[in-house]
Design a binder for this molecule. Structure first.
Ligand SMILES: Nc1ncnc2c1ncn2[C@@H]1O[C@H](COP(=O)(O)OP(=O)(O)OP(=O)(O)O)[C@@H](O)[C@H]1O
Ligand SMILES: [Mg+2]
Length: 359
C-alpha cells in the first residue's frame, strides 16, 4: 500500500479553553518535529493536554495560537477530512448496525473509489490486522480486541499520511493490550506510516515508540527515545513518572580535572565531573535495579530490609536507612544467593561512574 511518508510539525501550539469563568491552558507552547514514518507517543498524567494536542493535529480542535504542519503543508486551518489523518479512539466508535466489512469500508465511500477496488482494499486490510473471515459479523459479535482491530483497520483503509491514536488499548485487559500494542507497532513499521500515539501508560509508551514526549501541565517536559527517557530523565517529574526511582541527594564539592568530589550518604566520594558549583545539592536518580546489595561493611550505606516482595523472577526490597529514608532495590535472578529476609541489614552500593544527576 503506497502511503506517502509525512512529517508532522507542531509549532508553538497553544490551546486555551474558555468558559465556566475560568481559562484552562490545556496545551501551552508545544513545539515538536515528528519525522516521516516515526511513531511518537505523548505520555503524561491525566489532564496534561495529550488528547487536546492530538485533536489539534487531527483538526477536531482549533489552536488558540501556533501552527500544525503535515508534510510541508500548513494545515492549521484545514478541516479534519482534508488533512489525510485518521484517528483510532479508545471507544472504538464502530457502527453497530454495519458488518465488520461495512465498518472498515465506510471511509472509502466518500472517496470516489471504484467498488471492486474498495472491496479489495478492505479485504487486504482485514488480512493485515488479522480479521480475515470476520467480514460478515457485526461488532457485537466480536471480542474487545477484535473490535479494536476493526477500528484500526477502518483508520488504515483510507491510507492516511498520519495515524493518530488516543489511548486505543485502555479498554482491553493487560494481556491483550500487550499483544495489540505489538501488532500496532508491527503494522505501523511495515507501512512506515507516521503515527502519534497518546497514552498515560508508561510501559505502553516505552514499548511502542521511536520517541516519547513526556508532558506535564500542557508543556513538554522531555523528548527522547525510550532509553533516554528512562536512563537519563531530564527532570524529577520524568524520572518519577517513567518507572520506579530512588532520589538520592548529592552535595557537590570541588571539581578538578575530570572529577568532582561530592558528599553522598555523609561520605566524601568522587564522581565523573558534573557542571554544578560547589555547595549546590542535586538529586541523583538511581533506578532500583542499579542498586547493588553487598555485604554491610563494603556498601556506601547500610539499609535494613523493611519490606520484601518476591515475584519469582525478581525480588524487590524496601531498605530503610538510618536517616529515615527508604531505598527501593530490585534483584534479578534471586537464586544467585538466598534472598534477604525482613530485618536483615545489607550494604548498598551503585556505580558512581553512571550517576545521573537531575537538573
Ligand atoms: N472542551 C473542553 N473545555 C474545557 N476544558 C477542556 C476541554 N477539553 C479539555 N479540557 C481541559 O484541558 C486539559 C487537558 O485535557 P486533555 O483532555 O487534553 O488531557 P489528557 O492529557 O488527554 O488527559 P487524560 O489522560 O485524562 O485523557 C484538562 O484540564 C481538561 O479539563
Ligand atoms: Mg485524553
Amino acid at each position: 500500500m503506497p502511503i506517502e511518508h509525512a512529517s508532522v510539525v507542531l509549532e508553538r501550539l497553544v490551546k486555551v479553553f474558555t468558559g465556566g469563568g475560568r481559562d484552562v491552558i490545556a496545551v501551552n507552547d508545544v513545539s515538536l518535529y515528528i519525522e516521516p514514518g516515526e511513531l511518537v507517543t505523548l505520555l503524561g498524567p491525566s489532564g496534561c493536554g495529550k488528547t487536546t494536542a492530538l485533536r489539534m493535529v487531527a483538526g477536531f480542535e482549533m489552536p488558540t495560537s501556533g501552527k500544525v504542519l503535515i508534510g510541508d503543508r500548513d494545515v492549521t486551518n484545514t478541516p479534519p477530512n482534508s488533512r489525510n489523518t485518521a484517528m483510532v479512539f479508545q471507544s472504538y466508535a464502530l457502527f453497530p448496525h454495519m458488518t465488520v466489512r461495512e465498518n472498515i469500508g465506510y471511509g472509502l465511500r466518500f472517496r470516489n473509489i471504484a467498488k471492486p477496488d474498495a472491496e479489495q482494499k478492505v479485504e487486504h486490510i482485514m488480512e493485515l490486522v488479522g480479521l480475515s473471515g470476520f467480514g460478515d459479523r457485526s461488532p457485537n459479535q466480536l471480542s474487545g480486541g477484535q473490535q479494536q482491530r476493526v477500528a484500526l483497520a477502518r483508520a488504515l483503509v483510507v491510507e492516511p499520511r498520519v495515524l493518530l491514536f488516543d489511548e486505543p488499548l485502555s479498554n482491553l485487559d493487560a494481556k491483550l493490550r500487550e499483544q495489540m500494542r505489538g501488532e500496532i507497532r508491527r503494522i505501523q513499521k511495515n507501512l512506515s506510516i507516521t503515527a502519534v500515539y497518546v497514552t498515560h501508560d508508561q510501559n505502553e509508551a516505552m514499548s511502542i515508540s521511536d520517541r516519547v514526549v513526556v508532558m506535564r501541565e500542557g508543556q513538554i517536559e522531555q523528548v527522547g527515545t525510550p532509553e533516554e527517557i528512562y536512563a537519563k530523565p531530564a527532570t524529577r517529574f520524568v524520572a518519577d513518572f517513567v518507572g520506579k526511582v530512588n532520589f538520592v541527594p548529592v552535595m557537590i564539592g570541588e571539581s578538578r580535572g575530570e572529577d568532582t568530589s561530592v558528599e553522598l550518604f555523609g561520605r566524601q566520594m568522587t564522581i565523573p565531573r558534573v557542571p554544578y558549583g560547589a555547595g549546590e545539592t542535586h538529586l541523583a536518580a538511581v533506578r532500583p535495579e542499579e542498586l547493588q546489595i553487598v555485604p554491610a561493611d563494603i556498601g556506601f550505606v547500610c539499609g535494613e530490609v523493611a519490606f520484601r516482595t518476591y515475584l519469582g523472577s525478581v525480588v524487590e526490597y524496601d531498605l530503610s536507612l538510618v536517616d529515615g529514608s527508604t531505598l527501593m532495590a530490585v534483584e534479578y535472578n534471586p537464586k544467585a544467593r538466598p534472598p534477604l529476609e525482613v530485618g536483615d541489614v545489607a550494604g548498598i552500593s551503585f556505580d558512581l561512574g553512571k550517576l545521573h544527576l537531575l537538573r
